[in-house]
Design a protein around this ligand. Structure first.
Ligand code: ADP
Length: 154
């Protein structure tokens, strides 16, 4: 039997991304992450050279509104190395989604470098089959050509 730990620290996962925009695929990952962790910190990666403070806040605002009633979800902007942002936010690991083999090829070296840099592990969740075609870039492109994208936006 696994002994019960009397260690009560909160286990937080850092979920980094561009979230431009935050999609139903991202939402599903946060919800599933919360089944494994006490809390999820959504880290919106932004370049401070490219965006004004106002633009950064306007990226964060809709995501914060979405999780306004969830105490265990926080939304932060970061412009450092992902592992440094994860540490700064007291996260024990990084959460990422895998939709296909291309995601895997991109994510695997990053997870290995991140572990080597910091000891922080990356936890991968496979995309739900019905959401595996949802990506921010697809949503941006459909929107650009005048299609209704509301079904992809939580
Ligand atoms: P990045 O630019 O860092 O890839 P994204 O905002 O595109 O950031 O994605 C953030 C994370 O969410 C990534 O791990 C990505 O694989 C995951 N993700 C994106 N869309 C989906 C989806 N439909 N299902 C599961 N995970 C997803």
């Amino acid at each position: 039997m696994i002994p019960k730990s009397n260690h009560t620290s909160v286990r937080r996962a850092f979920f980094p991304g561009s979230f431009n925009p935050f999609t139903t695929g991202h939402l599903s990952l946060v919800e599933r992450g919360l089944q494994m962790f006490d809390a999820v910190v959504i880290g919106v990666g932004v370049s401070i050279d490219k965006y004004s403070e106002e633009e950064i806040q306007s990226r964060l605002h809709p995501i914060r509104t979405l999780f306004a009633d969830k105490e265990n979800v926080t939304v932060v902007a970061y412009h450092s190395l992902t592992v440094d942002a994860a540490r700064d936010n007291d996260c024990c690991c990084i959460l990422r989604g895998l939709r296909n083999a291309a995601d895997f090829d991109y994510e695997l070296p990053m997870a290995n470098v991140n572990r080597r840099l910091s000891g922080i592990e990356t936890i991968f969740l496979p995309a739900l089959p019905e959401l595996s075609m949802v990506s921010s870039s697809m949503v941006r492109e459909l929107h650009h050509f005048g299609h209704d994208v509301s079904e992809y936006l939580p």
